[in-house]
Write a protein that binds this ligand. Structure first.
Ligand code: WT7
Length: 644
């Protein structure tokens, strides 16, 4: 494959950026022409942020899996599409060539059809990181079903809420999953999630751990049996796994993410624009060259896995590594072993992983070559300079450009990032927007920031002025929410929820969320969600949750809680609350610190003064700002003195 749209120099970047702004339709139309379409689009872009309504490649017909698989078969059939590295390094690796992947996806597409899945149906996927997860995702896309992958760290309750919101009728899961030293009983979590569920008709269970599972007649079937039925029947002959020709704007998937309200929202991405955007950003930011091996360490339960393990690399014909385990098991050298074993060219990981590995010192790097590495990437949260330099020096050996890629579930793909070796890298700066991304900083009123602050930077809230092909199209089942969430804070702009700095060269540095959303180990968690979960505990009266700086996680979760009393001592009540949160949301949302207080600082109108709580949690108790509007300022003194 060749990528005529791959940017090779700073000058080319500037030119491409300019063109993308001056004539977006020509720019993206030319790029989209490099893909396989069943029908060419009528119009590259229709948009109105007021309504809001966004359409890319309207009238165009395609199937994204034809672009991921079929179109590569003539030239790349024998090339590995996915290399699977099991949790246990002693277990056999699986190499899935493009030809094999195509075959498996077609077979599983037929399995889905045999089980009654039709175009537009929602299929929830709750699996560990096994190749079958990728087959399931792509098989849905092939028949036009909408996949909704749920990360393995979410609880039964969270899954139940998502199943209900998506009105999902089908689930694909595993009996269990291996992650480090743990076996996670996925099917059993699904069983709990299905208590009281009225919509789910079929659960397909892939055998991974052979942990005992309950199988309900008429509802639950084994993956292996279904696959065998397809291969043994004549269905192969008559166009099995046939492609559903999709509209460019048909939904491809729903992915739930947290916002500032208590309820996660289903971000909807569509086929045409998402395909172009993930491919374009993959090829440009990482400067992917044909034949290279790409290792994105994310879980497919997050957008990073969707876009940079599956869709971006596969549309580009790359080899994508899929790793089942965790970076620190059996030891902290695991990533480095994988890199040497498969001669990885591109490593894409998160600051939290880098910081955690830094904590093990340089010993785990002994005897590891890492010579194959060409490009390093980071994503998920702001990267601190120390971690950036460690990554650059000890992993990249100062010869690999580090790309700091800022983006979001909602943006589908990378938005602000340097392009490896092509545009300048600056530690802790995401630097320049991708072509097509009209980023700007605004003040509270939505006015563009034109004055520098005392440090010489423009500082404000990060917005985007016009659509790019990968932008979300709606929030599932609630278009009004889409509007209020992203297009109502500021008129005619997409608001990211992030704050940022910009320098004279136009480089951006993302400083973090300015809304009530936390970023814990690169996982996005709404404070309201955690509060709701804490408040479910029988002894809790109310709670307020804020983030605080955490050495490894980036942010930790700090909860201030009032209770009617303790069962046992404070510590056991703390454990009960943590257990409650784990049940309601999942282990990823467990508070790191719980401080019991006799009251929360509220204004006379009853609003919790989070600003004060945030400062106390950060340990900045000397300058709490104006607290004169508080109903009872004495609670602040108490909270300060009782700080954990
Ligand atoms: C939030 C989006 C995009 C995939 C992973 C997270 C933060 C993301 C960076 C970065 C600073 C970053 C932002 C953003 N974020 N990448 N390179 N530098 N902050 O996706 O769960 O949708 O979270 O992650 O705060 O809004 P997500």
């Amino acid at each position: 494959m060749s990528y005529p749209y791959q940017i090779k120099s700073l000058e080319e970047y500037k030119k491409a950026y300019q063109q993308s702004i001056e004539d977006p339709e020509k720019f993206w139309g030319d790029i989209a022409s490099n893909f396989t379409w069943r029908r060419r689009w009528d119009k590259v872009l229709n948009w109105d942020f007021k309504e809001p309504k966004i359409e890319w490649f309207a009238g165009g017909k395609l199937n994204i899996t034809e672009n991921c698989l079929d179109r590569h078969l003539p030239s790349l059939a024998e090339k590995p599409a996915i290399i699977w590295e099991p949790n246990n390094p002693e277990e056999r690796t699986r190499v899935v060539t493009y030809e094999r992947l195509h075959k498996r996806v077609c077979q599983f597409a037929q399995v889905l059809k045999n089980n009654g899945v039709k175009k537009g149906d929602r299929v929830c996927i709750y699996m560990g990181m096994v190749p079958e997860l990728a087959y399931a995702v792509l098989a849905c896309a092939r028949i036009g079903a909408i996949h909704s992958v749920i990360f393995g760290g979410f609880s039964a309750q969270s899954i139940a809420d998502r199943l209900e919101d998506a009105k999902a009728e089908f689930i694909v899961t595993c009996d269990g999953a291996y992650r480090g030293g743990k076996d996670i009983p996925l099917k059993s979590v699904i069983d709990d999630a299905l208590i009281g569920n009225k919509t789910v008709k079929r659960v397909i269970v892939y055998t991974r751990t052979r942990t005992p599972v309950s199988m309900i007649k008429g509802r639950d079937v084994w993956w292996e049996d279904e696959m065998r039925a397809v291969t043994e029947s004549g269905e192969q002959a008559e166009g099995y796994g046939q492609i559903e020709v999709m509209d460019a704007e048909d939904p491809l998937f729903i992915l739930y993410t947290s916002g500032s309200t208590g309820k996660p929202k289903g971000v909807v991405h569509t086929s045409g624009g998402y395909m172009v955007w993930t491919n374009y950003t993959f090829v440009n930011a990482f400067q992917y060259q044909p034949g290279q091996v790409h290792f994105c360490t994310a879980d497919i339960g997050w957008i990073t896995g969707h876009s940079y393990i599956i869709y971006g690399p596969l549309t580009a014909g790359a080899t994508s590594i899929m790793f089942e385990g965790v970076p620190t098991w059996p030891d902290a050298g695991r990533f480095w072993d994988i890199i040497d074993k498969y001669k990885v060219d591109i490593l894409y990981t998160a600051p939290t992983a880098i910081r955690s590995l830094m904590g093990f010192g340089l010993d785990p790097l002994k005897g590891k070559s890492l010579a194959s590495l060409k490009v390093l990437g980071t994503v998920g949260e702001p990267i601190n300079e120390e971690a950036w330099h460690w990554y650059d020096e000890h992993i990249g050996k100062k010869k690999c450009p580090v790309v700091d890629t800022w983006w979001q579930t909602e943006t589908g793909g990378l938005m602000i990032t340097n392009l490896a070796g092509v545009t300048p890298a600056v530690p802790s700066w995401a630097t320049l927007p991708m072509p097509g991304v009209q980023a700007l900083l605004v003040d509270e009123k939505g006015q563009e920031i034109t004055e520098k602050d005392a440090d010489g930077y423009y500082k404000g809230n990060l917005c985007i002025k016009a659509p790019w092909p990968g932008i979300l199209r709606t929030t599932y089942g609630d278009h009004e929410r889409f509007k209020t969430n992203y297009f109502s804070t500021y008129e005619n702009m997409y608001f990211t929820g992030d704050g940022a700095l910009r320098d004279d060269q136009g480089f951006f540095r993302i400083t973090g969320r300015v809304d009530d959303v936390l970023n814990v180990s690169g996982h996005r968690i709404g404070t309201a969600e955690v509060e709701n979960a804490i408040n479910m505990h029988a002894s809790v009266v109310e709670s307020a949750v804020v983030g605080y700086p955490h050495d490894i996680k980036g942010q930790g979760i700090y909860a201030y809680v009032t209770v009617t009393g303790f069962r046992g001592d404070e510590q056991s009540t703390r454990q009960d609350i943590i257990q409650t949160v784990s049940r309601i949301i999942g282990p990823i949302a467990k508070p790191d610190k719980i401080q019991f207080v006799s009251g929360l600082p509220k204004t006379r109108s009853g609003k919790i003064m989070r600003r004060v709580l945030r400062k106390i949690a950060e340990g900045e108790t000397s300058n709490l700002g104006d607290t004169s509007t508080l109903l009872d300022p004495s609670v602040v003194e108490e909270i300060k003195n009782g700080k954990l």
